[in-house]
Design a protein around this ligand. Structure first.
Ligand code: SF4
Length: 133
């Protein structure tokens, strides 16, 4: 069984990812993670409010922490509450991604969860497109 480690708010980012990111390495890794989540059979997600398999290729990761760690932890906790998930868990990816997609259909604006994130407008555009399908 393959495992991907994700912090909670990245469950949302991976649903709205549109090929943009902090640098080439980040985008290439994000594409791999999103592709893996798109074929979730035999995959589990290990949830944790900590540096994960997306952060590990991010230029904002410094010595095991995000440079905006406190704000990112707030986003993780908001996402955990929105998705009704514990802070630590290992969950089959197929079940978890389906639940995330269902919850997103009831959301109108990521601002409620993500506040002043630099990707907010892009994610809201993607959310509207996803809900319009
Ligand atoms: S900005 Fe911070 S939380 Fe987001 S991927 Fe980079 S290191 Fe992780």
């Amino acid at each position: 069984m393959k495992e991907i480690k994700l912090r909670h708010h990245h469950l949302l980012c991976t649903q709205t990812f549109a090929g943009k990111g902090y640098d080439y390495r980040f985008v290439a890794n994000m594409e791999d993670v999103v592709a893996a989540l798109g074929s979730p059979k035999d995959l589990v997600i290990r949830l944790s409010i900590a540096i994960d398999d997306i952060c590990s290729s991010c230029p904002n990761e410094v010595r095991g922490l995000c440079k905006d760690e406190s704000s990112v932890i707030e986003k993780d906790r908001a996402a955990a509450m929105f998705l009704n998930l514990p802070e630590e868990a290992t969950i089959p990816a197929e079940k978890l991604i389906k639940m995330v997609q269902e919850r997103l259909r009831g959301l109108d604006d990521f601002w409620l969860l993500c506040g002043e994130c630099e990707w907010l407008d892009l994610c809201n555009e993607r959310l509207a497109a996803i809900k319009g399908k």
